[in-house]
Design a protein around this ligand. Structure first.
Ligand SMILES: [Zn+2]
Length: 293
């Protein structure tokens, strides 16, 4: 060792001694351990990120998996009662429907339109729904349905479903006496059902302004209609602008969402234009359009 040390300069010898001497061996060991730990943690974190990316990729909706489940205009040889599509309807209960079935493979949303039908907006909404093969629920005000049977006929004929929204958009219906409530729903259900011959099936009931009560849920179910809520409110009735309606859906939509629009009750040009943007957007996100169930 002594002879070897003579081969180095004084400075090199000092460094060599520092490296070889025990205290520095410990420091080097410490440094190497630290580096090893940092590298180890980095590898674990990167592997996790990679796995999450893969998971996110596999969970993403299959956009190119073909057109959304289409709707089909019913023909004379279809089910005898109007509004009776091929798909089986779940049993009617008084539990409020606020989400659609999530049993389908692709994420789904349900489109609902309240306060119509109106000659100004309902045909435009129907044109767009037909273009994107999107079935929807129309929560109709009884008096307007009676006044516009041709619109009810088109709604049913193009594969959509009906929802009772009371005769006059009575938001206090849920606070009435059970007897009065029953008579109100019986009247509105029958008026909507008998707009056409043979009678329409009225699948759903929606409380005006969403003013539900347990008694109202129960009465709707007893009248043969499933209480229909919503989980995404476009607030289109406040006329927030086309962009406002579009972004409210884009920010809040989720698999199983029931989306609330209006095709009546005031100017609805914004709703129509927003729908024109939202239908392709929802489709491109991988959503299929279904009925609430
Ligand atoms: Zn309404």
């Amino acid at each position: 060792m002594g002879r070897m040390m003579l081969m180095f300069t004084e400075r090199q010898r000092v460094i060599l001694r520092q490296i070889v001497s025990p205290p520095y061996i410990y420091r080097w060991a410490g440094l190497l351990t630290t580096v090893g730990l940092v590298v180890g943690v980095a590898v674990v974190v990167l592997a996790d990120v990679g796995r999450e990316t893969v998971l996110a990729g596999s969970a993403a909706p299959a956009v190119s998996a073909g057109a959304p489940a289409g709707i089909r205009a019913r023909t004379a040889e279809d089910a005898p009662a109007r509004g009776m599509p091929g798909a089986a309807r779940p049993a009617i209960t008084s539990s409020l429907l606020s989400v659609t079935s999530t049993s389908t493979e692709r994420p789904s949303v349900a489109l609902t339109f309240d306060d119509g039908p109106t000659p100004q907006y309902t045909p435009e909404v129907l044109d767009l729904l037909k273009e994107y093969q999107a079935p929807a629920v129309f929560c109709m005000i009884g008096n307007q349905a009676v006044a516009h049977p041709e619109l009810v006929s088109r709604v049913i004929g193009e594969g959509h479903r009906l929802c009772d929204h009371t005769m006059t958009h009575d938001a206090t219906v849920g606070t009435n006496t059970p007897d009065l409530m029953s008579r109100q729903l019986f009247t509105s259900h029958d008026s909507l059902a008998n707009v056409l011959t043979p009678p329409n099936v009225i699948d759903y009931f929606r409380a005006p302004e969403g003013r539900w009560s347990p008694e109202l849920d129960q009465t709707a179910a007893q009248t043969g209609m499933r209480p229909l809520g919503w989980s995404v409110d476009t607030l289109d009735w406040t006329q927030p602008g086309v962009g406002g309606i579009v972004s409210s859906v884009q920010q809040s939509v989720h698999p199983g969402a029931v989306i609330l629009f209006h095709d009546g009750g005031g100017p609805r040009e914004q709703t129509v234009e927003a729908l024109r943007q939202l239908l392709p957007w929802l489709r491109d996100q991988g959503y299929q359009f279904v009925f609430p169930s």
